[in-house]
Design a protein around this ligand. Structure first.
Ligand SMILES: Nc1ncnc2c1ncn2[C@@H]1O[C@H](COP(=O)(O)OP(=O)(O)O)[C@@H](O)[C@H]1O
Ligand SMILES: [Mg+2]
Length: 256
């Protein structure tokens, strides 16, 4: 039932690729506007999640490669900078990215915990990005049945246990319009954030993802508009339903 795939070897990319990906991580060397946008996003999330105790926040998007993983990690970084106790969990069990971004091993991780192969303690790693210190739980071995694992009773237990030790848990997920994993998880979350990639995500795709989230009763905290450039096509200026709006400048301009 649980396959230990060779995929972890494939996940390891040449150093140059990792370096390029890590360029988008938030540090004190990031542009002033990027730092400010993340601070604004942090404030908005704080205002939208005022209940006491740990806040568990999912990050998703309509399709692949829209910036979920980068946004998830940057949120962890910006919250960790306030000295909050922060954990990132990579629940994209199909195309995990956090271990690579953080340059830690991808196993054991959450999938291993969910099938009782490892304890929570065995999978959590302390990490540091710039001046931000927090914890990360990688994806673990790639299972054949991610949706089932993410919809299991066990994940509820695991999150409840983790919530006792953290102020914020940020969960990276697969794309909404491709697989059901994020919808399945959403009932366990304090809220979910939808990343929209400027110049790439179609309005209809966002609507499909949003309809699905509303259908499952998810608490959609808002949208993050990722990869904004001055060359943003006019059609994107018409978005009116952002509850908050975060502009991560397309620093290398290659994706706009
Ligand atoms: N604002 C941005 N500007 C330029 N490239 C970006 C930006 N955000 C993400 N990327 C790049 O886009 C690719 C997909 O990002 P990622 O966060 O892995 O997306 P997802 O998790 O949605 O699949 C990565 O190569 C990442 O470096
Ligand atoms: Mg990802």
């Amino acid at each position: 039932m649980f396959k230990r795939l060779k995929l972890n070897k494939k996940v390891k990319q040449p150093t140059e690729n990792i370096r390029k990906e890590r360029m988008h991580l938030l540090t004190d060397k990031s542009s002033f506007s990027t730092i400010e946008e993340y601070k604004a996003l942090r404030t908005n999330i704080m205002f939208s999640t005022t209940q006491t105790g740990c806040k568990i926040i999912g990050i998703t998007s309509a399709n692949a490669s829209e910036g979920k993983s980068i946004t998830c990690l940057n949120l962890a970084i910006t919250f960790a900078q306030t000295k909050a106790k922060v954990l990132v969990i990579d629940c994209d069990l199909r195309k995990p990215k956090q271990a690579r971004l953080l340059m830690i091993g991808s196993t054991p991780g959450i999938s291993n915990v969910l099938v009782n192969l490892n304890t929570i303690e065995e999978t959590i790693k302390p990490v540091q990005v710039g001046n931000a210190s927090f914890h990360a739980m990688p994806s673990g071995d790639i299972p054949p049945n991610p949706s089932e694992l993410l919809g299991s009773e066990k994940i509820k237990e695991v999150l409840e246990q983790l919530a006792e030790n953290y102020d914020y848990i940020f969960i990276d997920t697969p794309p909404m319009n491709v697989v059901a994993d994020a919808s399945v998880l959403s009932k366990l979350l304090t809220g979910i954030i939808l990343v929209v990639r400027a110049g790439r995500t179609e309005r209809d795709a966002v609507q499909v993802a949003l309809d699905q989230l509303n259908f499952v009763g998810a608490n959609v905290l808002g949208f993050v508009l990722n990869g904004v450039s001055s060359r943003l096509p006019r059609k994107y200026k018409g978005y009116s339903y952002y509850r908050y709006y975060y502009r991560h400048a397309d620093e290398d301009q290659e994706e706009a």
